[in-house]
Design a protein around this ligand. Structure first.
Ligand code: SME
Length: 150
């Protein structure tokens, strides 16, 4: 699917009366982008990332990650996107799924606070391009006010 079309579709979901908007957005991303094997949203509460809505073939054991730990915790600490082409070469990596080869984590920022993040694992190495980074940053910005209200 084309990024622009996907952005519009997600805008539509977030503007709708759907009571589980964030889950619907996660389901949409996981089903429409072939390289997005597992998609989850983590929410920051008291310096810990808590797993929120997710979609993928398996559940992760990492439902709580302290800020500063793993790739997720690094992105939550710095507020910068982590795009890891080869998770096996990154010593910070906390393994969730044996099939994961690359991962992207995009912080969700509301009024300069890091309130959560989008975490996507791919079974393909080097799956995430600059276009994915740009697209997911836009989605994170759109999600920010909804997550803030959660
Ligand atoms: N791999 C992440 C942990 C979360 S799972 O990918 C769902 C990390 O290194 O922080």
């Amino acid at each position: 699917m084309d990024y622009k079309e996907a952005t519009n579709k997600i805008k539509e979901i977030l503007d709708s009366q759907d009571e589980n908007k964030i889950q619907t957005v996660v389901d949409f991303l996981q089903s429409q982008f072939q390289t997005y094997s597992w998609v989850g949203i983590y929410i920051v509460k008291n310096d810990v990332l808590h797993l929120g809505p997710w979609n993928g073939p398996h559940a992760t054991e990492h439902t709580k990650i302290p800020i500063g730990h793993g790739i997720c915790g690094s992105a939550a600490k710095t507020g910068k996107t982590e795009n890891i082409a080869d998770v096996r070469a990154d010593e910070r990596y906390l393994s969730c799924f044996i099939s994961t080869r690359s991962e992207i984590v995009v912080p969700i920022i509301y009024k300069e606070s890091i309130i959560g993040e989008i975490d996507i694992d791919s079974d393909q190495p080097n799956a995430f391009t600059h276009s994915d980074e740009h697209f997911l940053k836009e989605i994170a910005d759109m999600l920010a006010k909804h997550i803030h209200n959660m």
